[in-house]
Design a protein around this ligand. Structure first.
Ligand code: ADP
Length: 550
């Protein structure tokens, strides 16, 4: 029997129409660095999104599911592109401006982007790439920047504001199939070549509803969210979509992502929520410690993208900024788990432990664990295996290029279509996930596994350790052993033996690293995570000064 319910497509256009009318007076504020921050209401965002769609279609000839790329910071214009492009039926391709240039060239060509909307400040990055981007016919420049670097480019160059000027402020948005492509994002390649994940209108709609649930971010129109996580990094974790459903205001840092300006933004604009990867918060913490500010408005901080060190959570808690840990990946839109402690643990000794897990799976995400021989493991909080997930906002394949079929590599998708996350961990009987490592980062020592993350967290709890990254290095006797690379705080006096002794109180003796190196900084990936590939290469090439402590 068929249901008797209406079958209304779940599209980004529905979110746009809702957010720009019902929540038309909520706004996005963009930090400008010098003058007053710039404010634009969601009603104006809707009008300008319509103007942008007219320009893309009428002036630039964008039709069908052509790809329009953005090379932009988090700002109001980027939000306009987020809606104009998918709602007109085209596909938004957010470009990660921190990718190595050869990877940027690869993904623009792979996606066959026809238009690039670029912030003026990023023209020095784009201009030299253009000769290698034959599909790009139009470059639309938004905001200040020296445009002369585009002189001689084969692509036609337009000014964003000039294109929009005088265009109608309404657009007859087409009725779209909810399963059609709305946006694409390439994985940042921490683990190999970038791979294109293509989000559907439906997956974005459903994911946004989950982001808005109280068990996830649970924000309302009384909130302002400081969106530090870039719009090119998994759609800024879905925030620019989710907020138009609920009228949450957004505070966008544009290119001012250093700790100083972020602290100033928090003090003056008083956001109630913020989202970013741990390295951003480590930097902010150091800044706030050196120069205390009024950050009392910020009561909820979402941390994900990499494990949140317990010491960071404690430090933020003590400043009144309550951390909520979450796990996800480009392939999961990204919301996979959120660590809100269960009611029975709140106020007890168990609460902090729950908050440090990666979190609990929402109803839309199914999970299972696989052991080394492919067997399914119980949710007993002890059996560690690779996490596999499936659900309506989880990727089932990668983009195969204009003429190619979607790709389902066997190391990323199971035979029955589940996503293999490459993350190793345990799940408790109550559905809380604790990741112990990435499959490729775990240290396989004499048939036992050592968690690099556990060692890092224990090291970073030492007061003289600013950052620590641990990688597996080859060892004749054990196969692999941990190498600890450590960034010391200014004026630190701790030596390796002392650090090892510090670890001994927290970690089983046989897991303690023998190889140590102090480094000026930990190499980071394009989205600010520890780049362990680089550390392994530095070690192999003899670039690190390694001391052995037996
Ligand atoms: P990349 O794979 O290129 O780093 P993603 O941003 O998609 O790009 O990263 C997803 C990965 O980040 C996850 O598979 C996981 O290993 C890691 N990750 C994300 N959130 C967390 C978290 N809260 N704790 C530990 N690891 C995390």
């Amino acid at each position: 029997m068929l249901s008797t319910m209406q079958d209304v497509p779940l599209t980004v256009t529905r979110i746009l129409n809702h957010g720009t009318t019902i929540h038309g007076s909520s706004h996005v504020t963009t930090w400008t660095g010098e003058s007053e921050p710039h404010r634009r209401s969601y009603r104006e965002i809707g009008e300008r999104a319509a103007q942008l769609a007219h320009a893309l279609h009428g002036d630039l000839g964008v039709t069908g599911d052509e790809r329009v790329a953005t090379l932009m910071w988090n700002n109001a214009e980027h939000v306009e592109a987020y809606y104009a492009i998918p709602c007109m039926g085209a596909v938004l391709h957010t470009l990660n401006l921190r990718l190595p240039v050869e990877q940027l060239v690869f993904i623009v060509n792979h996606a066959a982007d026809r238009v690039v909307i670029v912030n003026g400040s990023l023209l020095p990055l784009l201009a030299p790439l253009l000769p290698h981007l034959p599909t790009v016919e139009h470059v639309v420049v938004s905001g200040p920047g020296d445009r002369s670097v585009l002189d001689g480019a084969a692509a036609r160059v337009h000014d964003y504001e000039e294109l929009l000027a005088g265009k109608p402020t309404a657009y007859d948005w087409p009725e779209l199939d909810e399963r059609s492509a709305a946006a694409m994002c390439y994985t940042s390649g921490t683990t190999g070549e970038p791979k294109g994940v293509v989000y559907s209108h439906r997956s974005i709609y459903l994911h946004s509803m989950q982001v808005n649930m109280a068990e996830s971010m649970g924000l309302t129109d009384a909130d302002t969210s400081l969106v530090v996580v870039p719009q090119f990094h998994v759609n800024a974790w879905g925030l620019p979509h989710a907020v138009l459903m609920t009228g949450v205001n957004m505070l966008m840092p544009d290119r001012f992502l250093q700790p100083g300006p972020l602290a100033e933004m928090i003090e003056t604009e008083r956001p109630t929520h913020a989202a970013a990867v741990p390295t951003i918060w480590q930097g902010l913490l150091a800044d706030l410690t050196a120069k205390p500010r009024d950050v009392s408005s910020l009561t909820q901080v979402t941390i994900g993208g990499a494990a949140c060190p317990p010491s960071l959570m404690e430090a933020f808690d003590s400043l009144g900024m309550r951390v909520c840990h979450a796990w996800g990946m480009t392939e999961t839109s990204p919301l996979g788990t959120v660590a809100r402690p269960p009611a029975h643990a709140v106020g007890t000794d168990a609460e902090f432990g729950y908050r440090l897990t990666q979190g609990r799976f929402p109803a839309g995400v199914e999970a299972r664990l696989r052991g080394p021989d492919g067997e399914f493991l119980p949710w007993d909080g002890e059996s560690a295996g690779e996490l596999e997930v499936r659900g309506p906002w989880i990727a089932g394949a990668y983009y195969g290029g204009a003429s190619g079929e979607p790709q389902r590599p066997a190391d990323k998708f199971s035979e029955d279509g589940w996503l293999k996350t490459g993350d190793v961990g345990v799940i408790g009987p109550d559905g809380f996930l604790t990741l112990t490592d990435r499959a490729k980062d775990v240290i396989k020592s004499g048939g036992e596994w050592i968690s690099s993350v556990e060692l890092e967290n224990a090291l970073m709890a030492h007061p003289e350790v600013a950052e620590a990254a641990v990688v597996a290095v080859p060892d004749e006797k054990w196969g692999e052993r941990p190498l600890a690379t450590v960034v010391l705080t200014e004026g630190a006096t701790a030596d390796y033996a002392a650090l090892k002794e510090f670890l001994a109180g927290r970690i089983a003796r046989w897991q303690l690293p023998e190889r140590w190196a102090v480094v000026p900084s930990v190499p980071k990936t394009s989205v600010g995570k520890f780049d362990k590939k680089v550390i392994r290469r530095q070690y192999a090439d003899g670039e690190l000064q390694v001391t052995e402590v037996r």
